[in-house]
Design a protein around this ligand. Structure first.
Ligand SMILES: [Zn+2]
Ligand SMILES: [Zn+2]
Length: 375
């Protein structure tokens, strides 16, 4: 949940998102898309941040580049060019030696040395066995945007997903109760659905065979009910249900809570089921036999969450879910464009435990996935 807060771009209210803002054909105009020279300083900085995000670098380096991006966006381009020419960029508050070098090289029309270095260093590795799964995946069913606690606007996430070869992505921002993550209430959800309509029209007009599917990562309340009215959940293409509160609940209560959510006809995927944060937070305790039996019975997919700090469920629970004949969904839970590149982590895990590929829902086409969800 919150630890994964992305950092790409500057937080921006959805009202400011430019209409028709998706700009796929001209590469590099949005975060995450690989720019080619010549590139603007903004494109270069965005790509640096994307690369740092995909290795989950959340420290001072990323913060420095996010800060520099903000300065570049708020500085007159003529002034920026003059300062680069006179080597006075570092006089600007928020620009240091390494960020100045990237800006200067981009303005000179060459590939910034630092960018070309980290382009190579930050590639997410994958095993041969994992690659079989990755190549079968057609989309990502769990990811966030600036509408909740993500760091990149919807169009940047979509542009990156397109570049990764996806045919669809399901936008699953948080539900209202998670106020700290800026969860969407009914009114904001309605506006987000309108925005997705507009973006999908733009994507189609630009000739890409790609769709943004609607969704939500809805909180599973303590009593097993869901944090959004059924009538609203029914409008969404795909719903991920996750436990984000009272993770230390007593075993039987937690089991009942999860089974109730899994049994909801509106829930398609059970998100990061144990809630663990590797090395930081233990797994929640629940009777996995009951929960996975319910997942199998109600056709609710068990998410294989790819976030490196989660990698949830752990191995033995994946094995158990396979035994119960569950569906699976290999999702990044990305909160930044770079994190959309995390599917290899879940694919390697799925390959290791020999998850049946035909039970992985995001190997389906968008139409088949929608039909599966509606069944
Ligand atoms: Zn979550
Ligand atoms: Zn999430």
């Amino acid at each position: 949940m919150l630890t994964g807060r992305g950092v790409v771009g500057v937080q921006r209210a959805e009202d400011e998102t430019p209409l028709g803002g998706i700009d796929i054909p001209e590469r590099g105009r949005v975060a995450g898309v690989t720019p080619t020279v010549p590139m603007t300083p903004e494109q270069a900085l965005l790509r640096v941040i994307h690369c740092l995000d995909r290795v989950h670098e959340t420290g001072f380096k990323t913060k420095a580049f996010v800060r520099a991006l903000d300065v570049v966006r708020n500085t007159d381009p003529v002034e920026l060019a003059e300062r680069a020419r006179d080597e006075r960029l570092t006089e600007l508050d928020g620009i240091g030696g390494s960020t100045a070098a990237v800006i200067t090289e981009a303005l000179a029309g060459v590939m910034p040395a630092y960018l070309s270095k980290i382009e190579h260093e930050t590639v997410v590795p994958i095993t041969d066995a994992g690659r079989v799964y990755q190549q079968a995946l057609r989309g990502d069913c769990h990811l966030h945007s600036t509408w909740s606690d993500g760091g990149a606007p919807i169009e940047s996430m979509a542009a990156t997903a397109i570049e990764l070869g996806h045919e669809y992505m399901v936008l699953t921002d948080h539900s209202p109760r998670l106020t700290i993550a800026h969860g969407l209430d009914e009114e904001r959800l309605a506006r987000q659905l309108d925005e997705i309509d507009r973006l999908n029209a733009d994507i189609a007009a630009s000739g890409h065979d790609f769709r943004i599917l609607t969704g939500m990562e809805v909180d599973i309340n303590e009593d097993g009910s869901l944090d959004l009215a059924d009538a609203l959940l029914a409008k969404l293409d795909i719903v991920v249900a996750s436990v984000h509160s009272k993770l230390r609940m007593e075993r039987q209560q937690m089991t009942e809570r999860m089974v109730m959510a899994v049994a909801s006809p509106h829930v398609d995927i059970l998100g990061h089921c144990t809630g663990r944060m590797i090395g930081k937070r233990p797994e929640s305790t629940f009777d996995a036999d009951y929960v996975f039996a319910a997942c199998a019975q109600f056709d609710t997919a068990v998410e294989i969450n790819c976030r490196p700090e989660r990698l949830d469920p752990p191995r033995e629970l994946i094995d158990l879910a396979i035994q119960y004949g569950c569906w699976f969904s290999i999702d990044t839970d990305a909160h930044a464009t770079g994190q959309l590149e995390w599917q290899p982590l879940g694919c390697d895990r799925a390959a290791e435990r020999e998850v049946p590929l035909e039970r992985v829902i995001n190997t389906m086409s968008a139409d088949d996935l929608l039909a599966w969800a509606a069944a």
